[in-house]
Design a protein. Structure first.
Length: 156
């Protein structure tokens, strides 16, 4: 498959340094990519950053992957684009609201839907549980660590 990168200038430079092809423009990214995977944080300036027009430029054989945040895409745009055949396929693990009881993407044959489980991997669990046990052991020894409101300790 042909994978292209796009982003801010620094992201594009890092991609090129790693030997990854960078799209000539944002429009070219949507137009030329065989697989387009979003890797963006959701903030006010990225909300709805992917429009219906962006998706309409994609190949009918292209796969659109969103494992970042659903709100990066204009509401309803992905469902409409998939029905129109551009892109032809999608894979998502993020939805506008959770838990997902029902969603239009769940009923589409050209979409793979999974729960948002990006944090579920061995190293993440070991890190989270290790920190929790360290805090429990410190508390049992009379030490308090990572106290979110230390001023409350004055009243204990």
């Amino acid at each position: 498959m042909r994978v292209l990168a796009w982003g801010r200038e620094g992201s594009r430079a890092r991609a090129q340094a790693d030997g990854i092809e960078v799209a000539a423009s944002r429009d070219a990214l949507f137009r030329d990519a065989d697989v387009l995977s979003l890797h963006l944080a959701l903030m006010e300036e990225t909300r709805g950053i992917v429009s219906a027009g962006d998706l309409a430029q994609m190949k009918s054989s292209a796969l659109f992957v969103n494992t970042s945040r659903a709100a990066l895409i204009e509401p309803g745009a992905l469902e409409e684009a998939l029905c129109a055949g551009r892109p032809g396929y999608a894979a998502v693990d993020v939805y506008e609201s959770v838990p997902v009881a029902d969603h239009p993407l769940l009923h589409m044959d050209n979409v793979v839907c999974t729960p948002h489980l990006s944090y579920v991997e061995k190293d993440s669990y070991e890190s989270l549980f290790g920190a929790a046990f360290d805090q429990l052991l410190a508390f049992a020894a009379g030490n308090r660590m990572s106290v979110a409101n230390p001023e409350a300790l004055k009243h204990a």
